[in-house]
Design a protein around this ligand. Structure first.
Ligand code: C5P
Length: 220
């Protein structure tokens, strides 16, 4: 079959984004960062003064923002109502609020529909990264990968990305977000039964990329 759909899930700091982008670029596939979409809708909620503590307030406006994702792995883009939000969605404020917004079922239904339509429109196939791609969004994906890493390795990678940040504080914020994502009712962070688990703690990024590329090639 010509097109291939790859689902890459796992908690934060396991190398999902770097791996997914590189695999897609290497194999000529599209790339979708679903975390960026949840961040984008969270950014819109914050910008519009929606009370993040109130799931019914979030649900009531979940259909309002128009989120558009560009799926070129060499330069993925994200806009909300035409505004480029690639920078603003990475702030600490959005990061600390995204788990609450993405736990709201109406938000998930909306974003899941968008993700399925992007995946079905990707002519050469696509690498989709997130938390519930293999379990919920694309249960028929050709290949499902679940990336893991020790909390130490994940915190060290994240603090390396956020220059000058404190490893201990980063570790706590990251574990808190994963606990929230794993315990929510609607499509929590979970490994699909048929996913291949890859522990990246002692692997370089290059090794993880090679491992996933090999697995995709076996499916093509
Ligand atoms: O991957 P990233 O760290 O950017 O994801 C941000 C947040 O978006 C996650 O912590 C989670 O709350 C939410 N998310 C989700 N489902 C996905 C992808 C991300 O709930 N498929």
């Amino acid at each position: 079959r010509a097109t291939v759909i790859v689902a890459i899930d796992g908690p934060s700091g396991t190398g999902k984004s770097s791996t997914s982008k590189a695999v897609a670029a290497q194999l000529g596939l599209s790339y979708l960062d679903t975390g960026a979409q949840y961040r984008a809708i969270t950014w819109w909620m914050v910008s519009n003064g929606i009370d993040i503590e109130d799931p019914s307030a979030i649900a009531a406006v979940a259909g309002k923002p128009e989120i558009v994702s560009g799926t070129d792995p060499s330069g993925p883009t994200i806009t909300v109502d035409g505004t480029d939000v690639a920078g603003p969605i990475r702030t600490q404020e959005v990061t600390s609020k995204v788990s609450a917004v993405s736990a709201v079922p109406e938000v998930r239904a909306r974003i899941t529909e968008l993700q399925r339509s992007i995946a079905s429109g990707a002519e050469n196939g696509i690498v989709v990264e997130g938390r519930d791609i293999g379990t919920t969004v694309l249960p028929d994906a050709d290949l499902k990968i679940f990336l893991t890493a020790s909390p130490e390795a994940r915190a060290a990678r994240r603090s390396g990305e956020l220059k000058g940040s404190d490893v201990q504080a980063t570790r706590e914020a990251l574990l808190k977000r994963d606990a929230a994502d794993s315990s929510r009712k609607t499509s929590p962070l979970a490994k699909a039964d048929d996913a291949v688990e890859v522990d990246t703690s002692d692997l370089t990024l290059q090794q993880v990329i090679e491992c996933v590329v090999t697995l995709v090639e076996e499916k093509r």
